[in-house]
Design a protein around this ligand. Structure first.
Ligand SMILES: [Zn+2]
Ligand SMILES: [Zn+2]
Length: 340
């Protein structure tokens, strides 16, 4: 099969590799759509710990089950699916407590196991979720980042009618926006360094958009949120933006850190948190919100399909990677599509 393989940090190529064979308890999925995530750039650069190469990346995908490793799973064959990427043992203390993500032998598809930049991938059957016929494969592939947004909202304990500011209009920021709107947040502001992506935020129902380069951010936020925001979501992982996030939350408010800090140490002005009694909440990963995401999409409460802005075959992987890196005007996500 065709696959985009990171041979070693810095070296990516389109290769012919063996089609995976599903062992008992696993399914072989024919990939229909597979999105490129900014996190994949970290894998390509080799800046993420504990990754072994060669690796086929790709953790935002949808497809159709073609084969299963155990006859009792044959009901899955032919089903349209999305899936959790969490390969876990199901027997350790964390798994038994329902916290798969903290499994002692946790591996994530697309990071520590081959992912979906390929015609096929193999997935544990316990990870599979059926994709309703009314949801496209493209929207299906965008369920994973939507789950990141839903998880951030849940961890924030967002209440109906609370005011929200989101810093960052990349995939995570825009997915938090979609989730916050569905969760009943009021006057959701999206702030980003450039105007480039704020148009997407407006299309997705942001109350106001702010280009952070222009003017005093807390003053601009106060124009919409009296006394600043109840909840601030930081979705960039950039030091400057994290510092700014603590100054946009109201006294006693919450700041949710939803951006990857790229393994860096940062300087934080602790008094912004201490004096204002802020609650700071870490929000990483897609935590099995797949059914919630599918139900919200199915019922028309969330639609993130517009985030897939560029479609291409895997042969064009260099262009997909380059666009993900340079974020040209009108670009949010590149999506690989595969022929039948
Ligand atoms: Zn991702
Ligand atoms: Zn476990």
């Amino acid at each position: 099969m065709k696959a985009v393989v990171i041979e070693k940090p810095g070296t990516v190529r389109l290769a012919r590799v063996e089609k995976p064979v599903p062992e008992p308890g696993w399914a072989l999925v024919k990939v229909k759509a597979s999105a490129v995530c900014a996190t994949d750039l970290e894998l390509i650069e080799g800046s993420m710990d504990g990754i072994s190469y060669p690796l086929i990346p790709g953790h935002e995908w949808s497809g159709v089950v073609e084969e299963v490793g155990s006859p009792e799973d044959s009901c899955w064959i032919g089903k349209r699916v999305v899936a959790s990427n969490d390969i876990v043992c199901l027997t350790c203390h964390e798994c038994r407590s329902g916290r798969w993500r903290y499994c002692q032998s946790f591996r994530e598809i697309g990071f520590k196991a081959n992912g979906a930049y390929a015609e096929y991938l193999k997935v544990p059957v316990y990870c599979l979720c059926e994709l309703p016929d009314t949801i496209s494969f493209v929207q299906g592939a965008l369920v994973e980042p939507l789950c990141v947004g839903l998880g951030a909202i849940d961890k924030a304990g967002l209440k109906l009618g609370e005011t929200v500011t989101i810093i960052g209009a990349g995939s995570i920021g825009l997915n938090i926006l979609a989730a916050a709107r569905a969760a009943g947040a009021r006057r959701v502001i999206v702030a980003a360094s450039s105007e480039k992506r704020l148009g997407f935020a407006r299309k997705m129902g942001a109350y106001a958009t702010l280009a952070t380069a222009k003017g005093d951010l807390p003053e601009l936020v106060k124009e919409s949120h009296e006394g600043l925001s109840d909840v601030v979501f930081e979705a960039t992982g950039i030091e400057e933006c994290i510092k700014a996030s603590f100054r946009l939350a109201r006294k006693g408010g919450r700041v949710v850190l939803a951006g990857y800090g790229r393994n860096r140490d940062m300087e934080i002005h602790i008094d912004d948190i201490h004096i204002n009694n802020l609650r700071v909440i870490g929000a990483a990963h897609n935590w099995n919100y797949i059914n919630t995401a599918l139900n919200l999409i199915k019922d028309g409460m969330v639609n993130t399909e517009l985030l897939a802005t560029h479609f291409m075959p895997p042969e064009d992987f260099q262009r997909a990677i380059e666009m993900t890196r340079s974020r040209p005007e009108g670009f949010v996500k590149a999506m690989f599509t595969f022929e039948d």
